[in-house]
Design a protein around this ligand. Structure first.
Ligand code: 5GP
Ligand code: MN
Ligand code: MN
Length: 348
């Protein structure tokens, strides 16, 4: 029923209907790729009055600056104040829409495409599939229902999204269906080596030096509840300034920290202002970090979650430690094998 409602919300748009696409603040590959891929699909359908945007500073991270469809992107300050249709991508909660949250009330209709289990069901029509490896999986299904064929532009966007959220097809939710979707995308002729090099394997020298500083102060502490470790580090605004790097440069750092064999849970605290941190958390399966994130005002998935933390770095870590000790955070691993595809999720 929701799929039919979504299709009709789009096909019943008047000829001059205005559509505003929004993805989450500090967009990652899935947020941008899902949004821009769908935007290109709508353009192919003949939708002319089309804007794509995200809240906050209108800065696309360098690795994504060659993506198709970027010409449709406008700064949040220029986003249509009352569009006929709003579509949200990879947004689990209204808080991730920042100043653009008011568009949901002002729009004629709203559609939410997402895959977060913690999705709060805001907005009108929900296409939320917690079993989807990325929001782009939901986007591809909707494009099929709309009769929009894949072209190279759409495919590249959806491939960036899928590769980002599956950790380059390494995480457990990399199902046969995920590889089948990747095959459909690659069949359009897009170049996976070139795309991966651009989005994952290219960074300025200053970033390499910055990683050295931040990884050099990583702490490993015992975790009472799980018996194993909590590993964490932090990056300050001064670190970024010293190496002349932008905040998005810090995003891949969690992947280096979470490698720590002795730790079940890993955290990276990224300073956004004095006493304010964007926190990334990852779990190897023993702990449900989305519970911790939700309790501290954020959200995410069981094995990958985040929130905004306040205070000093050790104070934020202390708050995380307290939440990790609560009932329901330690996962029952006895059933983990039986439901491996979801129990092993490590998505973004
Ligand atoms: P990352 O650590 O890669 O920024 O985020 C991991 C996961 O946690 C993503 O699914 C992301 O949507 C979610 N997440 C990260 N930060 C926040 C936050 O501040 N609020 C909410 N609701 N979710 C977040
Ligand atoms: Mn995301
Ligand atoms: Mn996602």
């Amino acid at each position: 029923a929701e799929w039919a409602a979504a299709v009709s919300a789009i096909t019943k748009l008047p000829a001059d209907g205005r559509v505003l696409l929004i993805c989450h603040v500090n967009p990652d590959g899935d947020a941008l790729g899902s949004m821009l891929g769908f935007a290109l699909g709508l353009r192919r359908m003949g939708v002319r009055r089309l804007q794509a945007t995200f809240p906050g500073r209108p800065e696309v991270p360098e690795p994504f600056r060659a993506m198709p469809g970027l010409d449709l992107l406008v700064p949040a300050t220029e986003a249509d104040p009352d569009p006929d249709l709003v579509i949200c991508f990879d947004v689990a909660a209204v808080s991730r829409l920042g100043d653009l949250a008011d568009r949901l009330d002002r729009a004629g209709a709203s559609l939410v495409l997402d895959h977060h289990a913690s999705n709060t069901r805001f907005g009108g029509i929900h296409l939320v599939d917690p079993d989807a490896a990325a929001t782009s999986v939901v986007v591809e299904k909707l494009l099929v229902r709309l009769g929009v064929p894949l072209d190279q532009g759409i495919a590249e966007c959806l491939y960036v999204a899928l590769a980002t959220d599956t950790g380059s097809f390494r995480f457990d939710m990399t199902t046969p269906a995920v590889h089948e979707m990747a095959a459909r995308l690659l069949a359009t002729g897009i170049r996976p080596g070139e795309i991966s090099r651009r989005i994952f394997d290219t960074r300025p020298f200053g970033a390499v030096r910055l990683y050295g500083d931040v990884l050099g102060r990583t702490q490993l502490e015992p975790l009472e509840a799980g018996g194993r470790g909590l590993v964490w580090t932090y990056a300050t605004l001064a670190d970024l300034a010293r190496h002349e790097q932008r905040p998005y440069t810090l995003e891949p750092l969690i992947d280096s920290v979470r490698c720590t064999a002795e730790a079940d849970v890993s955290c990276v605290l990224k300073q956004v202002a004095e006493g304010e941190w964007a926190v990334s958390m990852r779990s190897k399966g023993a702990m449900d970090v989305s519970r911790v994130a939700v309790a501290l005002g954020g959200g995410g998935h069981r094995l990958a979650a985040g929130f905004t933390g306040y205070g000093s770095a050790p104070e934020v870590i202390e708050a995380i430690r307290a939440e990790l000790g609560r009932d329901g955070v330690a996962l029952d691993r006895s059933g983990a094998d039986a439901k491996a595809p979801t129990a092993g999720r490590q998505d973004q």
